[in-house]
Structures are given as structure tokens and as C-alpha cells.
Ligand binder design. Structure first.
Ligand SMILES: [Zn+2]
Length: 496
């Protein structure tokens, strides 16, 4: 957590002030005297105070549609108010209220096979889409390999097995003798489930293939949490039977009457062998779900521009304040790095700007619902509180990495060249000797995974600023991978 605040705050500031004091799209030398002065006024104390407040126990992880989230929204509205910024949400308030639907699996959900009762979350979780109502399913269990039928790789996991009225058990992962691209094609999940359903399967148990980067506990923690969607979003057009994700340790106990151990079956499947068979166990599954409505708010504040004409245009700063909130078992996800610190940076920028006279208008939006699919941002662009055709640019802070892995040495190129803002960021990073690094994992789709993307889709030039310490890249990505498993949303904030 002890990165170099002075270094990064200057970068943030420079981008900010370059946007305000120059023609947005013009090539100008960076680091004018005015920009340097403005950057020097950013307060680390503000970043620290806001991060600490948002990541505190009192805010309960700022869950969308939860009391802690509402407390965070009121806190941010109050901060904006004290800076003299104008309310720019609903009516004459800072809040833009949004209706959500919330669904969760209740911890009393159960899964029993033979005499073994598995524990919710520790042994199994239930993947979306959740059934509309709680549901009990009983049936014999049949292993269906990977569930793949493909002449291309000469594999038929369903040959000779009967799935009618059965609970289909399938392996996650892939055989070793098939390359990733081919496997992605032949193991398409939708096709796989459709095939198993057409054969009569009444539920699925997917045995999670654990590895160091993605232990079962990681996926279980994620899938056991509540899920949130915009109230006006459309439902999935079809229903599919419940999908259980089971740990490998649970799998060992599912195979005890099958004539083969889980480990052996998995090894054989990985070697390309046919392993499908009845597991000779009856299972009883009870999926208990709860669906509710809830509200949560974006927090929107305006600093009016000083130029008679340009003030009609707005530059929008965004940072999502929501994290994963509090679970029904009391687990809190403080989300200090993701994204209390991003909001704190935005508030620090607002603090400096509130004493200045930028030519364009500036909107500061602390967004909700990001963790569930950029929902607050999607809502804002669909129900904008400023004419959307007059939005000049979006600068988004979603602070993972930049702030917690060490002094900023690189910034990751997440679609910078999609707009003329690319020229600006190149100029600014060059001035600070920060390198622009290519996206290390395009397959992860980071470009699509933060709020700027909702603006980008509307044709608004947008930048998502995230980076890392640089130096030995491989060591850095390894450290980042480790951090994602051990800390990420679970991280407690240690005030610096
Ligand atoms: Zn985030």
C-alpha cells in the first residue's frame, strides 16, 4: 500500500489539467507552469481520508442496494457539497437514484449425495442463472466426462450413457492433447448445456478444475455473493436447470461408489480417455433463492465552466464507489483498492478544481453498480443528467494496480488510440517518464471491464487509467496475479 503518492497524483493532475487548460485534442507541450502549479495543490491527505472513510467497517463494503452503499453515497454527496459543487443528480440533489433487482442463493441451500452432505460455499456453490423460485431436485448422478461431443477431436462423452432424469456431473478443464483454440470451439458452454438438457439432465454438477491462480475458494467466494441487475434489464429468455460448481475435495466423495476415484477419472479424461459412467449415488439438491428489489444511487456533482461557450461541454470524471458489500454471513468486502482509492483521487481532483475556473464544465460522478456489470454507468448514459451529446470526454479511475503495487512506472494501454485522448495521454506520460505498456492480457478483456466502456460505447472519448510499478515485467505480472487472489476485493485498507 505504500506506493509513491506524489508521483501518481502528479500524473493524475497533469492529465486533468491538460484536459482543462488546453484544447482537448491539440498537441501541446506538457507541463506548463499552470499545470505544475495545479498538480502541486492536490492533497494526499484527501486521498487518504476518503479512502479510509469509504473502506471503513461502517461503510460495509458499499454494496449496491445495501445500507453501506447508501451511507457511502451520502458521504460523497456531502464531500461534493462542501467543495461548493452543484448537485447534478435527480431534481436538485446530488443523487441519481437507480432501481435494481437483487438475487442471492440462501446459505440453507443443500446438496447431498448418498450419505454425504456437502457444505454450501465450502464444498459447492450455485452458478447463474438462478431459478426464479427455490427448487428441490432428486436423481441419480452420472458422470458425462467434459460433456463434449465432437467428431473433430474424436470425442463423444455422451456415448452410451443415459441422462434422463439424472444429475449430470461434468469436468471443468480440458484434455491435454487438445489445444486451447480447438477446445474453446468444441466445448462451448451453451452448446454443452443444451446437449445435456436435450438428453434429459435435470441439474449439472461441474467439478471445478483448481489451479494456483484460481483456487476453488476464489470462485466460491465470487459465486456465493449476491447478484445485482438493473430493474429494467431483460430476463434470460429461457430457463436452464441449476448449475452446481463443486470443489475437487467434494468430487473425491462423489466418486466413492463409482469404481474409480475422482483423481483417476480426471487423469484419464485429461489423457483423452472415455470416463463417463453412473456414479451409483443418489443426490438431493435444494436450491434456495431470494429475489428482491433495491435502490442505489450515482452521486453527481457539477463544476460549471467559466467560458460562455465551452461551459456547455462537460468533461466527466468517473470512479465507482461500490464494492461487493456485505454477505448474509457478515463477510465484508472493503474494496479499498477497488475502488475506494479511485473515488478518493476523483474527490482530490474536485477539491483542486473547485477553487479554479476551468473553461469547460466538469461533472464528477461516483458510480454505483460497477461490480455487477458497469450498471451505474450504463444507467447514467441511458438517463444522462447532462446532455450526452455535449460530453467532451470521460476520464475513469478504477485504481487496481496503479495505487497498490508500487511506484507508478507504466500505464497500461487500454484502448488509448480509440480517440484523440491517446495523443494527450502519450504526451503526459512522456513528460513523467511513465511508459505506456501494451495490455498484458488482452484475453481478460480489461478494456471492457470498467465504467469508461459505457461512455466509449456511446462514442464519447474515454480513458481508463491503470498501471503498475514497471521494472521487471514478468515479476510484476506474477506479483499482480498473486495479489488478485490474496487481496483484491478482500483487502483491508491500511492507512498510510
Ligand atoms: Zn473496479
Amino acid at each position: 500500500m505504500k506506493s509513491s503518492p506524489s508521483f501518481r497524483r502528479s500524473l493524475v493532475a497533469l492529465i486533468t489539467f491538460a484536459l482543462l487548460y488546453q484544447s482537448v485534442f491539440a498537441q501541446k507541450p506538457a507541463l506548463s507552469a499552470a499545470e505544475q502549479r495545479a498538480a502541486s495543490r492536490l492533497k494526499v491527505k484527501t486521498i487518504r481520508d476518503v479512502t479510509t472513510a469509504l473502506a471503513s467497517k461502517d461503510m460495509e463494503g458499499r454494496g449496491t442496494g445495501q445500507a453501506g452503499g447508501d451511507r457511502a453515497a451520502r458521504y460523497l454527496a456531502d464531500r461534493f457539497k462542501r467543495l461548493g459543487l452543484k448537485p447534478a443528480g435527480d431534481g436538485n440533489t446530488y443523487l441519481q437514484s437507480i432501481r435494481f433487482k437483487v438475487e442471492r442463493v440462501l446459505p440453507q441451500s443443500s446438496f447431498k449425495a448418498g450419505e454425504t452432505a456437502f457444505r454450501f460455499k465450502d464444498d459447492f456453490v450455485i452458478a447463474p442463472p438462478l431459478p426464479a423460485e427455490s427448487k428441490d431436485i432428486n436423481g441419480a448422478m452420472t458422470l458425462a466426462g467434459y460433456g463434449v461431443v465432437s467428431p473433430e477431436i474424436k470425442r463423444d462423452d455422451l456415448a452410451g450413457i443415459d441422462l434422463k432424469g439424472k444429475i449430470a456431473v461434468v469436468f471443468d478443464g480440458k484434455p491435454k492433447n487438445v489445444d486451447n483454440a480447438t477446445w474453446a470451439k468444441v466445448s462451448n458452454q451453451m452448446a454443452l448445456f443444451t446437449r445435456l438438457i436435450s438428453k434429459g439432465a435435470t441439474a449439472f454438477v461441474i467439478i471445478y478444475a483448481e489451479n494456483k491462480e484460481r483456487p476453488y475458494s476464489f470462485v466460491a467466494s465470487y459465486l456465493a455473493r449476491r447478484r445485482v441487475a438493473l430493474a429494467d434489464s431483460t430476463q434470460m429468455p429461457f430457463k436452464i436447470p441449476p448449475i452446481i460448481i463443486a470443489s475437487e475435495s467434494a468430487a473425491e466423495r462423489l466418486f466413492t461408489a463409482s469404481g474409480i476415484s475422482y483423481k483417476e477419472a480426471r487423469q484419464k479424461a485429461e489423457q483423452g480417455e472415455f470416463v463417463s459412467r453412473d456414479l451409483n449415488k443418489q443426490a438431493a439438491l435444494s436450491v434456495q433463492v431470494k429475489h428482491e428489489e433495491a435502490t442505489s444511487s450515482n452521486v453527481v456533482a457539477l463544476l460549471e465552466g467559466a467560458d460562455a461557450k465551452l461551459k456547455e461541454e462537460a468533461v466527466i470524471y468517473t470512479a465507482h464507489y461500490d464494492a461487493y458489500g456485505i454477505d448474509s454471513d457478515g463477510t465484508i468486502y472493503p474494496g479499498a483498492a477497488d475502488n475506494a482509492v479511485g473515488v478518493a483521487k476523483m474527490v482530490a481532483i474536485a477539491e483542486v478544481m473547485s477553487k479554479m475556473k476551468p473553461r469547460r464544465s466538469i461533472l464528477f460522478i461516483a458510480l454505483t453498480g460497477e461490480e455487477y456489470g458497469l450498471l451505474g454507468a450504463e444507467h447514467w448514459v441511458n438517463h444522462p443528467t447532462w446532455p450526452i451529446e455535449k460530453v467532451a470526454a470521460n476520464i475513469n479511475f478504477d485504481g487496481i494496480g496503479t495505487d497498490v503495487w508500487g511506484k507508478l512506472g507504466i500505464i497500461i494501454d487500454l484502448g488509448f488510440d480509440h480517440s484523440d485522448l491517446g495523443a494527450l495521454i502519450k504526451e503526459v506520460t512522456a513528460a513523467y517518464r511513465v511508459e505506456i505498456a501494451p495490455d498484458p492480457a488482452p484475453e481478460e478483456g480489461f478494456f471492457f471491464r470498467s465504467d469508461h466502456y459505457a461512455f466509449f460505447k456511446r462514442g464519447i472519448p474515454a480513458l481508463y487509467l491503470t498501471g503498475g510499478p514497471g521494472g521487471d515485467r514478468e515479476a510484476m505480472w506474477n506479483k499482480a496475479g498473486e495479489w488478485l487472489v490474496t487481496h483484491y476485493h478482500w483487502q483491508e485498507y491500511q492507512p498510510v
